[in-house]
Design a protein around this ligand. Structure first.
Ligand SMILES: C[S@@+](CC[C@H](N)C(=O)[O-])C[C@H]1O[C@@H](n2cnc3c(N)ncnc32)[C@H](O)[C@@H]1O
Length: 205
């Protein structure tokens, strides 16, 4: 399924995100100790307007990247920036419907948090399906905000996604459940001092 509703959000999503939460950039490109030579095919799920492609292409300088993003506006922005790269293939689809396989690495950068409840199980199963045996998943996302100001800023960010979700988001999914459904084993985890951001490396077993 393709999404059109991000037209208003796409031009200023990254600016707003970086203004409120500059740490997102750091956590979405936290690669733990993954060895680039083990990674041939990468799938980025919900890569948004594409800024994640820069650190990914740099770190995995020989890999092919499948950039899966359902929003037309977000995809247009990503293609404007990286459309000339021979190593990036753009798939404008939600991950549930994307046709791509045999990934050595799947990235889930700040995307699981905005999935609707009914999408969690299909996306978890699809994540597993995409991966080769022993393949990796890099997951980064928000944890429950502990302070009033973090709660407020997160609410503003989520307000942007209201027209698409149809309702205001008030809670985060159970990430442990998500990865249990996907049948993935946690390898390493890093959390920010504020407790608001997490980056985890998983492996298919
Ligand atoms: C909160 S944004 C994060 C964008 C970017 N990864 C970042 O960290 O700034 C979530 C992105 O996930 C995409 N998305 C939503 N549902 C998706 C799905 N089912 N499959 C793939 N991408 C999805 C949205 O279009 C949006 O661009």
């Amino acid at each position: 399924m393709r999404i059109r509703g991000y037209k208003i959000i796409a031009p200023f999503y990254e600016h707003l995100r970086n203004f409120f939460f500059p740490a997102i950039k750091k956590y979405q490109s936290e690669f733990h100790k993954l060895k680039p030579q083990l990674i041939d095919r990468i799938v980025i799920v919900g890569g948004g307007s594409g800024d994640i492609l820069k650190p990914v292409l740099k770190k995995f300088s020989k890999s092919t990247v499948y950039f899966v993003e359902p929003s037309t506006s977000m995809m247009e922005r990503a293609q404007e920036r990286f459309g000339t790269s021979r190593r990036v293939f753009f798939i404008q689809e939600s991950i549930e419907n994307a046709v791509v396989e045999d990934a050595d690495l799947v990235l889930l950068p700040f995307v699981v948090d905005i999935l609707e409840e009914q999408q969690l199980i299909p996306v978890a199963k699809k994540t597993r399906e995409l991966l080769k045996n022993k393949g990796f998943v890099l997951f980064s996302d928000f944890l429950k905000p502990r302070t009033f100001s973090a709660r407020l800023k997160l609410s503003v960010l989520y307000m942007l996604f209201m027209p698409i979700r149809g309702k205001f988001q008030t809670s985060l999914p159970d990430y442990d459940d998500f990865f249990k459904t996907a049948g993935l084993r946690k390898v390493t985890e890093k959390q920010s001092q504020s407790g608001l951001f997490v980056s985890e490396l998983y492996q298919k077993v």
